[in-house]
Write a new protein. Structure first.
Length: 374
């Protein structure tokens, strides 16, 4: 009996080791149900130097592969895609052909089961369109076609994204559009209507002219759109406001210079509250994101740092942060070992947020209307 038990124990141990050692290289595919069915493919490459790389394809949305990395602990598989703030985590089955898991990209995780499908069983990857040439830097575009409609009452979260030459927002308020278009904090908007922060819209717009607009051109077009479709009339003046000054901490910055397109768009997508990978962003971009999405007051860049950077910031948010996203689940005590934002900024980035009061430009709204239905 002892020999039989020992044999069984060895068999179980051997099976577990075989599962851990199995090569995941290949094409894994499944359908993500995110309002519409999106066929999703993860192409996993052979490990190189201990790191296993992945290319993510959402083949019903077109475009090229999005690079990521894979880590593994036993049967638990985790893939990170910092360029879009996405993560996938699941469990590999005993046969090594199915991963049961979920996809997360800032909001509630969505179920996504992946099946190994090499050869003829693999879904074909469409050829991505050629990259768009950049719009002339001195061009002053407007939106040639723009649709604005009320958001679905059941819609969660908010989205600002660029899809080719289309600018798309989901579940965004007039305050969101103003803070994006003018690079201001909601506290810098004065005399706004009651519905400024409550009535939500979906926007789908395409510019005139040729080429891919840069970040400054997209913001300019949003500002023009609000003036035209919301009948916005306003003026600017200086007022003393409580702000955060973004400065370099003692010891200097801990930021990696970006190798991305210096004229391209920054990549700043939350993977969850307090989990922010940043790619190809300058300090003005970073300060703008902090003031628009995280903090309760404007953020002024006083770092003096030029250029674009890649970095990641992880912290445990407090109750004053992410207010524009509405109620959010509290982090259970002891579950997160990440520091608070102010400590994390110094430890991870070599930057500081100093609370000061300073004369700050505000937008005073003289007139605004809800847009007419499309």
């Amino acid at each position: 009996m002892r020999k039989i038990c020992l044999g069984l124990a060895l068999f179980v141990l051997w099976s577990g080791c075989a599962l851990i050692a199995q090569d995941l290289t290949g094409s894994w595919q499944g359908t993500l149900h995110a309002g519409q069915d999106l066929r999703t493919v993860m192409k996993i490459a052979k490990p190189e130097g201990g790191t296993q790389k992945v290319l993510l394809y959402s083949i019903d949305q077109g475009g090229g592969g999005i690079g990521g990395t894979l880590t593994r602990q036993g049967s638990t598989i985790k893939m990170d895609f910092p360029g879009i703030g996405g993560t996938y985590e699941g469990k590999l089955d005993s046969a090594g052909t199915v991963i049961v898991g979920a996809w997360s990209q800032g909001g509630k995780p969505l179920p996504l089961d992946l099946k190994l499908a090499n050869g003829d069983a693999a879904w074909p990857i469409p050829t991505p369109p050629p990259p768009l040439k950049p719009m002339a830097a001195d061009a002053n575009p407007t939106f040639e076609v723009a649709t604005i409609k009320p958001s679905s009452p059941d819609e969660q979260g908010k989205i600002f994204t660029v899809r080719g030459r289309r600018f798309v927002t989901v579940n965004t308020t007039l305050a969101d559009l103003l803070t994006f278009g003018y690079g201001i904090h909601v506290r810098q908007i004065v005399n706004g209507p009651d519905w400024l922060n409550t009535t939500k819209f979906d926007l789908n717009a395409e510019p005139d002219g040729e080429g891919q607009p840069n970040d400054k051109q997209w913001k300019s077009m949003i500002a023009k759109l609000v003036a035209d479709r919301f009948k916005l009339a306003s003026h600017h003046e200086k007022r003393d406001l409580s702000v955060y000054a973004l400065v370099v901490a003692k010891g200097g910055p801990k930021l990696a210079a970006s190798t991305g397109d210096p004229n391209g768009l920054p990549g700043m997508f939350f993977r969850g509250f307090g989990d922010l990978p940043v790619r190809n962003a300058n300090m003005q971009d970073f300060a703008g994101l902090l003031q628009s999405a995280v903090l309760d007051r404007p953020v002024v860049d006083q770092t003096g740092l030029a250029g674009r950077f890649d970095f990641a910031l992880k912290w445990t948010p407090d109750e004053t942060q992410f207010a524009s996203f509405g109620p959010r689940p509290a982090t259970p005590a002891g579950e997160s070992d990440a520091p608070d934002l102010f400590t994390a900024m110094q430890q991870q980035l070599g930057l500081k947020l100093d609370a000061v009061k300073a004369p700050t430009e505000v937008m005073v709204i003289d007139h605004v209307e809800k847009p007419s239905p499309n």
